[in-house]
Design a binder for this molecule. Structure first.
Ligand code: GLC
Length: 794
């Protein structure tokens, strides 16, 4: 079933059937003023933190998943019939109610037609502001004069705090108040508490205004708006057609405002709702005066779109796979930027409880943002480097608003993860390659707890952290977790995944050391790498695949003799990515993985699932079979399989693996995947579960970043390096070629790849602006703005 389509020119996903399998969401605003919205106008808003800055309420995990939100109710004052400007919450029958939702870059527009009245509701947060716009255009298409009343509705979260609002009712219901000053609603918690208007953090003050028509009334208490036994579907005020103008002094405060419109045939009216932070006096009145008019609203919308479109224009492709183009040109890039911004904190699933930046997640999220933001990621990358401790390990979660490098306490020993700082070996070189800023390696940055070092030495400490914590077989220990949160190997159990990461890191580090003229460091790394390789070859190869881990009691996971989790995807693909596998092992390991783990929805993280394994070590046992780390399809890891296949030169397999987990490839069967077909998700049920094919936890996942990186830099193979752009595609044999437009070091370059011989990989000839080049790297010095690179495969 198809519920919508991609509009790449507008950079929108257009939902044409509102009864999507689940509410399909989008993001508004920025990390200052953040908001979630769905195709039903459900969602919530928050200042800085979804947990401790929540001021618009949405109740999580209800049915539907997204209520309440930012509603416009419409009522025909003659017939008494009423509906909403989004299909939900009134949910008129779909044979009478037409609706299209356009999710765009940080805005959502919902267009509906019912009983001869067309509405267009546009939601966005203007750039750099602390208020949101809801703009409603109402057009009378019925051919007769109509009297239509419009009612706004949203609920304010008490105390700007998600837990307090949900749990501490004996307190939070007695501190709320609504006021009306100059027609602007003021909503306050702790109204007797002074507020100077300066710091909005936790200020507990919100205002709401309506322009474009006189305010006909307000309703500010939830039960008075909805009725004590009513609901969002048929609110009492809308049924009655009139607000009571009661101003709340306690209980739940809501944003009910009424406007009465008399519409001639063909007439359009525009109402603008502004909802923002601070009081009417400190912020509301000024904001309405400055931003309340239709021209300003339209100008702010144009500015917002341009600002979001600019980074997405950094890289544009045209390939024979239009689904891939939708993702790379718009949605995967946007998904990567949103994940970079919000980490794992705010969505319909994450309700803010994961406040802060998970170390490993954020370092990987940066990888996806680098080609889009370039130098713009530097502060975040430096923040993460200063989250590294002097011992080389990391603080598991970094709090960006309170992090104090040099003053943070190290975590207790049992909380260190083994992989955290190893992700720097993917992200830091990618940053340097994109920007050409080799000096970054020499920049001195503090450690989280004490001391400071160059970025290069931070990398050294990261490797030493793991090399100093090895087990009986000379492999790095798994500590509280490696990438896989569900394996706890402690200080004696060894992680094969991290062994490969360290191998990769040593290799990358040696290359950087060569580049910086640090011969002794390069030699050190190569000696360590040789030792590690010998240990890997001694204990990690099981004959047909690489093992998973060795527990502290000697239990070997991911081996022929252990029937659960026998083949583990990550160690097969990372054996290839790290260069640890011999060519024969690489080929065999990838074949085994394909035979045992590949499915039409992606490669299962392992197979078969865990049922009996000890959950003290293998926490995956706690999950149902066929989801998440227990033989589910983990989206995050899929790109590693794609990269591994590119490394062995199989562009057909790489593309097959890519399409299996690519959301847009499932657009026409969206009822199977269920979640948004335009963004990645964390995990998909595999064949070991009754829900096979259903995807869960959309938007915020390391998948976004790796999918963008693997498509653009490995399949399409346009890879920045310090010296220039390497052109090394690995594509399906049937592709005649593709083209890419890319920003690189301040220039826009056009790359055309042709494939006359129908091969997967291998550049036969390369020219830049007509000049023939040897090899497949275009030196940065030869690139001009508008340069044309032509590569012929063969
Ligand atoms: C989740 C976590 C991530 C972890 C992964 C595998 O996606 O956010 O940090 O690596 O699960 O356990």
């Amino acid at each position: 079933m198809k519920y919508g389509h991609f509009d790449d020119d507008a950079k929108e996903y257009v939902i044409t059937r509102p009864d999507t399998p689940r509410p399909w969401s989008n993001y508004l605003g920025s990390t200052e003023y953040g908001a979630i919205i769905t195709n039903h106008a459900g969602g919530y808003s928050f200042y800085k933190s979804a947990a401790t800055g929540r001021f618009l309420r949405m109740r999580f995990n209800s049915v539907p998943l997204d209520q309440p939100g930012r509603y416009f109710y419409l009522r025909d004052q003659e017939s008494g019939d009423f509906w909403s400007a989004s299909w939900q919450p009134v949910a008129k029958p779909l044979d009478e109610y037409q609706s299209v939702c356009r999710h765009g870059t940080a805005y959502t527009q919902i267009e509906s037609t019912y009983s001869g009245i067309r509405t267009e509701a546009l939601y966005f947060v203007p750039l750099g502001q602390t208020f949101e716009y809801w703009r409603l255009r109402v057009t009378n298409q019925s051919g007769r004069a109509r009297r239509i009343s419009v009612f706004t509705y949203c609920e304010f979260a008490n105390l700007w705090h998600t837990y307090q609002d949900l749990v501490n009712l004996q307190y939070s219901l007695f501190i709320t108040r609504a006021t009306l000053e100059d027609g602007i609603l003021g909503v306050t918690c702790n109204p007797n508490y002074d507020f100077d208007g300066k710091d909005l953090t936790g200020c507990n003050r919100t205002w709401m205004a309506l322009t474009g028509a006189p305010l006909a009334g307000v309703e500010t208490v939830r039960e008075r708006f909805l009725g004590s036994y009513g609901g969002y579907r048929a609110p009492e005020v809308v049924v009655r057609g009139r607000c009571s103008n009661f101003l709340a002094e306690g209980d739940n405060v809501v944003g009910g405002q009424q406007a009465d419109l008399a519409l001639a045939p063909g007439e359009t009216r525009e109402l603008i709702v502004l909802l923002g932070l601070g009081t009417v006096g400190t912020h509301g009145r000024k904001t309405v005066a400055e931003f309340g008019g239709p021209d300003r609203c339209a100008a702010e919308f144009a500015r917002l779109r341009a600002a979001w479109h600019a980074p997405l224009e950094s890289l544009h492709v045209k390939t024979p796979d239009p689904d891939l183009d939708h993702m790379v040109n718009v949605w995967n890039a946007y998904n990567a930027l949103i994940t970079y911004a919000w980490s794992r904190s705010a969505s319909l699933i994450y309700n803010g409880e994961r406040d802060g930046l998970g170390f490993r997640d954020t370092v990987q999220d940066i990888l996806g943002a680098i080609p889009l933001l370039r130098e713009g990621v530097k502060p975040r990358l430096e923040l993460m480097l200063t989250g590294q401790l002097a011992n080389g390990g990391a603080i598991p979660v970094i709090k960006p608003f309170s992090h104090r490098p040099g003053h943070e306490a190290p975590p207790p020993d049992e909380e260190y993860r083994s992989d955290d700082c190893l992700w720097f070996f993917n992200t830091v070189p990618a940053y340097v390659a994109e920007t050409g800023d080799l000096e970054f390696y020499r920049k001195v940055l503090p450690y989280a707890d004490s001391g400071e070092a160059t970025v290069f030495d931070h990398l050294r400490r990261a490797l030493e952290f793991n090399l100093e914590r090895t087990g009986r077989n000379g492999l790095p220990c798994g500590l509280s977790a490696d990438w896989n949160d569900c394996i706890k190997l402690g200080y004696r159990g060894e992680s094969v995944f991290v062994s490969f990461q360290v191998r990769y890191g040593l290799d990358v580090y040696a290359g950087i050391a060569d580049r910086l003229g640090r011969g002794t460091d390069a030699t050190w790394a190569r000696v360590e790498l040789g030792k590690l390789d010998a240990n890997i070859q001694k204990v990690c190869w099981d004959g047909e695949w690489f093992i998973w881990a060795i527990g502290q009691d000697g239990t070997v996971y991911g081996t022929k003799n252990f029937s659960e989790g026998q083949v583990y995807m990550n160690t097969q693909v990372w054996a290839v990515i790290s260069g640890a596998a011999t060519p024969a092992q690489a080929e065999q390991a990838l074949r085994t993985m394909k035979e045992t783990c590949a499915t039409p929805y992606g490669v299962m993280l392992c197979a078969p699932p865990f049922i009996k394994a000890n959950p003290d070590v293998m926490k995956a046992t706690l999950f149902n079979a066929g989801i998440k780390e227990n033989a589910g399809i983990f989206s995050h890891t899929q790109s590693w399989a794609v990269i591994a296949e590119c490394l062995v030169g199989d562009g057909d397999q790489a593309h097959d693996y890519y399409r299996a987990f690519m959301p847009s490839a499932h657009n026409d069967r969206a009822e199977v995947r269920q979640v948004e077909p335009y963004v990645h998700c964390q995990t998909t049920y595999s064949r070991y579960n009754i829900n096979e094919g259903a995807a869960r936890t959309p938007w915020l996942s390391g998948t976004a970043s790796w999918a963008y990186y693997s498509a653009t830099q490995w399949m399409l193979g346009v890879r920045p390096e310090i010296d220039g752009l390497r052109i090394d595609p690995c594509i399906p044999k049937a592709w005649p070629g593709f083209s890419m437009r890319r920003r690189f070091r301040g220039k826009t370059v056009h790359i055309t790849v042709t494939n006359p011989a129908g091969v997967n990989t291998g550049v036969k000839s390369l020219t830049v602006d007509g000049e023939e080049l040897a090899g497949n790297v275009v030196p940065a010095g030869k690139l001009k703005d508008g340069s044309r690179i032509v590569a012929v495969l063969g």
